[in-house]
Ligand binder design. Structure first.
Ligand SMILES: Cc1cc2nc3c(=O)[nH]c(=O)nc-3n(C[C@H](O)[C@H](O)[C@H](O)COP(=O)(O)OP(=O)(O)OC[C@H]3O[C@@H](n4cnc5c(N)ncnc54)[C@H](O)[C@@H]3O)c2cc1C
Length: 387
């Protein structure tokens, strides 16, 4: 009988946070990923975290009172949906969780010098102190696993293969004006050129890619077994406890057991058929999540009597997304998060030419405003330009 202490389903930031923590505590861990690549949505994300009163914030003199953060969250979430036990756990334990992962070498974060909260005018909001960004990482540390780390789509990379972070982008914009920026960019370009002689893309990883790579590298060094292309068919329940999973491999069913627990960290359901229940039914939806985030994992939970929240007011991480058709007919999606949408010179109008939103609002608010436009003046355009 094959068994581990912990089985983790899903290889995004949630799955790896659980897996690397268990590995650091000396437990044996098996991670099962449905996709051929690991990292999920997390690997193409910004990787930024929003946590109160971290060591980094304290060092910068920006330690935040927990009550201020709770006031902010209370205002944003609203009285009807505010769950104090969940908010308290997040606010009170966030600092310790991040510090643990940092001390073990599973993550590395720095404080963003200026990063206003998404609703900066609401009570409890701050300009600096809660948002932290990932420190870059060398993908070569992953060895052979670098090839199966999920890559952001080429449109999110320079030259289709080079990752840049917030600081690098500023240097590229300044490289003709500043000697320091010129040097920074030259170094990046030379490294990228060298990388491409040996690797399928640049090995200097940033943002969510660096986050996943760093956690994966440590977990793998500590003995994590990572299996890709695995479909979990059901959770095994014995005497009211989940004790394992049944998977399909090479056309056969196989039972795998977990002595301490099974962690369901399979992302959301944005790419699945289940999604239309939770969004305006008339609207087509383009998600940045991998196709494997299809909600099947929800069915696994429901199969052992877990309950799905029915009263969630906001089930999606909304963002405006452009869809590009490549000459070969394939499709690429690009999320308009920070690099363009809110910059001077951009005005967002609906199809009647009426400005409908403050372009600098959070992407979530922006996309909600798009959805709320009247039928005779839509702000969502589905025509895909051919090049
Ligand atoms: C462009 C972009 C930028 C973002 N930036 C940020 C940011 O800076 N900060 C932030 O906090 N959030 C950000 N987000 C949101 C964030 O990426 C997600 O909330 C987060 O990645 C979810 O992590 P996860 O581990 O739950 O899921 P995922 O990272 O999606 O991982 C889930 C994994 O589970 C696998 N899986 C699914 N079903 C099964 C199954 N049945 N069996 C096995 N495996 C399965 C999937 O293939 C996937 O690999 C961003 C999102 C996008 C699209």
């Amino acid at each position: 009988m094959k068994s581990w202490d912990v089985i983790v389903i899903g290889s995004g930031a949630a799955g790896f946070a659980a897996a690397v923590t268990a590995c650091c505590k000396g437990l044996s861990v098996l991670m099962l990923e449905k996709a051929p690549h690991f990292g999920g949505t997390s690997a193409i994300s910004g990787g930024a975290v929003w946590i109160n009163d971290t060591d980094q914030a304290r060092a910068a003199g920006k330690s935040g009172a927990p009550d201020e953060m709770k006031t902010y969250l209370h205002t944003i979430i609203g009285e009807a949906n505010y769950r104090p036990e969940i908010v308290d756990a997040f606010v009170n334990a966030g600092r310790e969780a991040l510090a643990f992962l940092e001390q073990e070498g599973a993550v590395k974060y720095s404080l963003r010098p200026l990063s206003p909260d998404y609703y900066p005018d609401e009570p409890g909001a701050v300009d600096v102190g809660r948002a932290l960004e990932v420190v870059e990482y060398d993908g070569r540390e992953l060895g052979e696993h670098f090839t199966t780390l999920r890559s952001p789509p080429p449109g999110m990379l320079l030259f289709g293969g080079m990752m840049v972070n917030r600081v690098d982008i500023q240097h590229f914009l300044d490289m003709r004006r500043s000697w320091r920026s010129f040097r920074h960019c030259t170094k990046l370009l030379l490294r990228y050129g060298r990388d491409r002689l040996r690797h399928h893309r640049g090995t200097r990883l940033a943002m969510g890619n660096a986050l996943i790579a760093r956690m994966a590298a440590l977990a793998l060094r500590k003995g994590l077994t990572l299996e890709l292309n695995v479909t979990v068919k059901s959770l095994i329940e014995q005497n009211g406890r989940v004790t394992g999973v049944e998977i399909a491999r090479d056309g056969k069913s196989l039972a795998l057991y977990a002595r301490r627990g099974v962690v369901l960290a399979a992302g959301g359901f944005a790419a699945g058929r289940i999604a239309p229940q939770f969004r305006p039914a008339t609207q087509q939806h383009y998600t940045m999540s991998p196709a494997t985030n299809d909600g099947a994992a929800f069915q696994l939970g429901l199969g052992v009597d877990a309950r799905q929240g029915a009263d969630l007011p906001s089930n999606f991480f909304w963002a405006p997304v452009s869809v590009l058709r490549r000459p070969d007919g394939s499709e690429e999606r690009f999320p308009h998060l920070v690099t363009d949408r809110a910059k001077p010179g951009v005005i967002a109008v609906n199809q009647r030419g009426v400005r409908f939103v403050n372009e600098s609002n959070s992407y979530h608010h922006f996309a909600s405003a798009m959805q709320q436009q009247p039928e005779n003046a839509p702000a969502i355009c589905y025509a895909m330009p051919r090049r």
